[in-house]
Design a protein around this ligand. Sequence first.
Ligand code: FE2
Length: 187
Amino acid sequence: MAISPLATAVRELSMLMETPGLGEAQILPRAQKIMQDLVRYDCWLPAAMAQPHPQNPVQYLLYADPQERYSLVSFVLGPNHATPVHDHTVWGVIGVLRGEEVEQPYQLASTGPGLVKAGQEIQLKPGEVSCVSPTIGDIHQVKNGLDDQVTISIHLYGGNIGHISRHRYEVNTGTKSPFVSGYANLY
Ligand code: FE2
């Protein structure tokens, strides 16, 4: 199996993180390009990192930067799976490798409690990417757009996402609960 696209992405992302003086605004477009290249061809993801959980979305760690500047995960949605509404607290780039992912961004309501939709649902097909961050919009819900197939997206985050404390949200009240996602392939 040719794993070279992943090795190339890791090499390029490490070089990007080592470039002095870059903030999120400079990193995100370059990271987006690297992720577009990574999900351009569906030929490299190990089968063990593509297995859906029977009930819930699941994420497998593909690579964690030793300095925790970034991490890459395989995010696997079984048919009809959806995440809770959640945030990330760090920047992220989502690239769809297989299937179809549907993303609904949310934001805190400006009047009263609760969350409101921040724009339309975004449908992402293989090869397409989307970004999140506390600066550009960090709260969303992600669903499998297909009811008969697994959807897999590759996520890049500006930290070790499986170890970061972040939040799930209840849309009507805005109540947020902390959670740490971990990784399905690390215990
Ligand atoms: Fe997310």
